[in-house]
Write a protein that binds this ligand. Structure first.
Ligand code: 0WD
Length: 256
């Protein structure tokens, strides 16, 4: 059975073949969806275009979420190529490396706003521009992390941005629910990707999950893609919205 047959999925956040967004793209493709992907800039275009070709994407375009004009051009492109679409995946985040070193008190205004802008406001901007093109039964999925609700060493300003992302997700779910659009987050356990390499002591975080999580193992990008499929599919999750689903081997449930 293919759960996404005839559905159109726009996926933001593929940087390379290790990206969570790439695992999601492959999973959606295998379930019958048509894809479109965006890349951040020319440097990443070289990596993303071949992946988009491999996934037989309908189109690929540039999208830097700090640029207002890119929101307008993305909307225009989606409208021209597809008209309407069904699934939006937000799998992007950014903070200055300097702000991910364990001294949160030293966060600059500039660093704080940058992390918020790219990692949280972007979801609001995307929904604002694209919701008129979303079909009823559409699903919006954003990626988050446990550092939003608990202190995780070195996650710092990104934890604050993820808290804003998760709360934005709930307000968007309430706003867009009457149109039939669902909005949810997946809170993934640590996975070694390009973005993760910017977080100090990331290897130790992976070791801790393996040692202490209830399931005593780390998760993979493919695990996240299966949950993304569940949330993308109207048949599987039609009454789930405004939620953060944890795919973390149970780690977030631990106290001492
Ligand atoms: O352990 C992990 N890897 C986890 C990641 C655990 C839990 C959550 N996440 C989240 C991340 O915070 C992010 O929201 O999953 C999402 C995807 O992250 P990823 O797959 O781990 O990382 P990566 O492959 O690096 O993709 C993120 C991409 C950027 O890559 P780089 O590394 O070049 O910053 O986000 C994109 C970019 O492609 N991105 C932007 N896209 C549009 N406009 C921008 C921007 N301004 N900045 C970064």
């Amino acid at each position: 059975m293919s759960f996404l047959h005839g559905k159109k999925a726009l996926i933001l956040g593929v940087a390379n073949e290790r990206s969570i967004a790439w695992a999601i793209a492959k999973k959606f493709k295998s379930q019958g969806a048509s894809l479109a992907m965006t890349y951040l800039n020319d440097a990443l275009k070289k990596r993303v275009v071949p992946l988009a070709r491999e996934a037989d994407a309908d189109f690929v375009c540039e999208m830097d979420v700090t640029r207002d004009d890119h929101f307008d051009s993305l909307k225009k492109t989606v409208e021209q190529k597809w008209g309407h679409f069904d699934i939006l995946v937000h799998s992007l985040a950014f903070a200055d490396r300097e702000d991910l070193k364990g001294s949160f008190t030293q966060t600059s205004r500039k660093g704080f706003l940058l992390a918020m802008d790219i990692s949280a406001y972007s979801l609001v901007g995307l929904c604002q521009h694209l919701h008129p093109l979303m079909n009823e039964e559409a699903s919006v999925i954003a990626m988050t992390y446990h550092g939003s609700t608990k202190v995780v060493k070195n996650y710092d300003v990104m934890g604050v941005a993820k808290a804003a992302l998760e709360t934005s997700m709930m307000y968007l779910a309430d706003d867009l629910g009457p149109k039939g659009i669902r909005v949810n987050c997946i809170s993934a356990g640590p996975i070694k990707t390009l973005a993760a390499s910017g977080i100090g002591g990331f290897r130790r975080i992976l070791e801790t999950v393996e040692e202490r999580s209830p399931l005593r193992r780390n998760i993979s990008a493919d695990d996240v893609s299966s949950t993304a499929l569940f949330l993308a599919s109207y048949d599987l999750s039609k009454n789930i919205t405004g939620q953060t689903l944890y795919v973390d081997s149970g780690f977030s449930t631990l106290g001492i």
